[in-house]
Design a protein around this ligand. Structure first.
Ligand code: GLP
Length: 240
């Protein structure tokens, strides 16, 4: 695993942006695996600035997102579909038809997982961007998810519900379940870029880098990926 330690969140976002922009410029038809959460927000701002200034084009880019809350329609302000539109897609020239995410309100849960898996199989990610949960989760693959998992519905853990409650009016509003890309589908990406910022990620970062490869720490599977880059700021690197 390649590790880039940065002095702060700003530099972390700039380093991540360089890697993504390079991929988009070298392959205008690239498949980008994208992530939500607060960590990639700085990176998305930099992609938007670069698109406006340079301008890097996303006209033919295809995007697949990691996860979506179960029960939230794409118009819902807390849905990840809405997050992606507001924080990135509406500010670049991507064709929204080419931006994919699980449907949080699909009538048939099993059929929705199968639909997404089929799509992912036909669109291997040139790069998969990831954040890191404080309990070591990636996407919504909580501790003890099978390394062989494909798209599935998860019951969110108490700690994830608590972590994500800051983005809702109150903890009761946080959905208890979510659709997530599985670990196997994340690992199929040609390249992985994982970002972690802040001291509350330090323990998870330590386990990701130095711990055993175990389903108890989903992110530890990334030690087995042939091309994974971790970008962290000083605080997230505190225990390394
Ligand atoms: C959620 C998302 C993850 C994200 C994690 C960390 O659980 N499903 O994809 O990585 O939160 O979020 P943040 O970047 O806000 O710390």
């Amino acid at each position: 695993m390649k590790i880039i330690k940065t002095k702060d969140y700003e530099e972390l976002s700039a380093e991540a942006a360089k890697i993504l922009i390079d991929i988009v410029r070298s392959n205008p038809y690239a498949v980008l695996g994208l992530a939500t959460g607060t960590t990639p927000l700085g990176l998305y701002k930099k992609l938007i600035a670069d698109h406006t200034k340079n301008p890097t084009s996303y006209k033919h880019i295809r995007a697949v997102n990691l996860d979506e809350y179960k029960g939230l329609p794409k118009e819902h302000k807390q849905s990840y579909a809405y997050f992606m539109r507001k924080n990135l897609f509406e500010h670049i020239d991507i064709d929204l038809e080419n931006a994919h995410i699980e449907n949080g309100v699909a009538a048939d849960e099993q059929a929705e997982c199968e639909r997404y898996d089929k799509l992912l199989k036909s669109m291997r990610q040139d790069i998969q961007l990831l954040g890191l949960g404080s309990n070591g989760h990636i996407a919504f693959n909580e501790p003890n998810t099978s390394f062989e998992s494909t798209t599935h519905v998860v019951n969110l853990t108490e700690s994830t519900i608590k972590d994500n409650a800051r983005l809702f009016n109150n903890i009761e509003e946080v959905p208890k379940q979510a659709y997530t890309m599985g670990l196997n589908s994340i690992m199929q990406a040609k390249k992985i870029l994982i970002l972690a910022s802040g001291v509350n990620k330090a323990e998870a970062v330590y386990k990701l880098v130095n711990g055993d490869v175990t389903e108890a720490v989903p992110a530890s599977i990334l030690q087995n990926h042939p091309d994974c880059t971790l970008i962290i700021d000083k605080e997230a690197a505190k225990l390394l």
